[in-house]
Design a binder for this molecule. Structure first.
Ligand code: NAP
Ligand code: ZN
Ligand code: ZN
Length: 347
């Protein structure tokens, strides 16, 4: 066991504070990672504020982790000391169920082990990436290609895979009209990835304030959802809509933007229900779906895809002491487009 520096939420309402967490001794199949950067995902905020249900406090969140391998267990074959690696939203799964065997560990029928607030195989509560080091089973550690700089790589481990996976599954590509709702951390990655896949991309944002950025990220069109004319003009337009919004929005209004056989995929995770009138589905045989992160092999595929296409998140690097302020800015949609903690400021 070792004690390492971290930032943790003491409760649902207190600001995050500097503290320490315990990391298990490096087991035969474990990798010790010296963390360099950790992204701030809106899920971190939903979690520490108890919006998704009870969590064990104090809790260190963070599931967009990149760093360097500094020690490996005796049986480790996939990673070596010095490798640039990443860890996303899960650190283990049962490996035996149908979904794990199909490489869909995120849908493990026995529940994957979350990078934070999960129950690890030794019975302890997992603690996330706002910390200087982490010990993870080698099978849940990704290779970060050299082409992606450390400081921009971290958000790929959640925001990148969470948008890549549904875009790949629902076949974003040439000839397909794809809309991304909400251009925050996930949304801006969705735009970049969908454009790189060859789809025609539209951003549906609350205002036109980030239009220039959206077009630079690869979108062809950019509309404000605060303008009711948007919904009239874009009725029956999209093959695929990825909703990344962290708050409840009127699903019917967005479903009616799907053309025949189109699919609206929820990846945004507000705690409130999102009611759907069946008639908004009937109108064009539309589907309303959901998607959770991505499997380990697919996450590696996404990292390699981003390296090959020169895609990286746009980040604002902050010090460990600026995390509470960053949370407030995320909540105000004042993020361009992902905060990333420089973990050297925690050492
Ligand atoms: P984020 O950076 O805060 O982005 C959310 C965006 O949604 C904002 O930038 C804003 O975009 C829009 N938005 C926020 N409040 C809104 C409102 N009241 N009405 C309309 N639009 C609003 O958050 P994120 O880190 O990308 O995460 C987004 C959501 O995905 C969160 O709920 C998170 O928990 C969830 N998530 C799910 C998965 C999964 O596996 N399914 C994985 C990661 C995250 P504009 O300013 O452009 O309007
Ligand atoms: Zn996340
Ligand atoms: Zn499983």
């Amino acid at each position: 066991m070792s004690t390492v520096n971290a930032i943790a939420a003491p409760s649902a309402t207190d600001p995050l504070v500097r503290t320490t967490v315990e990391r298990r001794a490096v087991g035969p199949r474990d990798v010790l990672i010296e963390i360099r950067y950790a992204g701030i995902c809106h899920s971190d905020i939903h979690t520490v504020r108890g919006e998704w249900g009870k969590v064990p406090y104090p809790l260190t969140v963070g599931h967009e982790i990149v760093g360097q391998v500094t020690e490996v267990g005796a049986e480790v074959t996939r990673h070596s000391v010095g490798d640039r690696v990443g860890v996303g939203c899960m650190v283990n799964s049962c490996r035996e169920c149908d979904n794990c065997k199909a490489g869909q560990e995120q849908y493990c029928l026995n529940g994957n082990v979350g990078t934070y607030a999960g129950t690890d195989r030794d019975g302890t509560v997992t603690q996330g990436g706002y910390s200087t080091h982490i010990v993870v089973d080698e099978d849940f550690v990704l290779r970060v290609p050299e082409a992606i700089p450390y400081e921009t790589a971290a958000p790929l481990l959640c925001a990148g895979i969470t948008t890549y996976s549904p875009l790949a599954h629902w076949k974003a590509g040439p000839g397909r009209n794809v809309a991304v709702v909400g251009m925050g951390g996930l949304g801006h990655m969705g735009v970049k990835i969908a454009a790189a896949m060859g789809a025609e991309v539209t951003v549906l944002s609350q205002t036109l304030g980030k239009k220039d950025d959206g077009l630079a990220f690869g979108a062809k069109h950019y509309y404000a959802t605060s303008d009711p004319a948007t919904f009239k003009e874009l009725a029956n337009t999209f093959d695929l809509i990825i909703n990344t919004v962290s708050a409840p929005i009127d699903m019917g209004a967005y479903l009616r933007m799907l053309r025949l056989d189109g699919t609206l995929v929820a990846v945004g995770a507000p705690p409130e229900p999102l009611p759907v009138q069946v008639f908004s589905l009937f109108g064009a045989r539309r589907s309303f779906a959901g998607s959770s992160i991505g499997g380990i092999a697919e996450t590696q595929e996404m990292l390699d895809f981003c390296a090959e296409h020169g895609i990286a998140p746009q980040v604002e690097v902050i010090s460990a002491d600026a995390v509470n302020e960053a949370y407030e800015r995320v909540l105000k949609s004042d993020v361009r487009y992902r905060f990333v903690i420089d973990i050297d400021t925690l050492r």
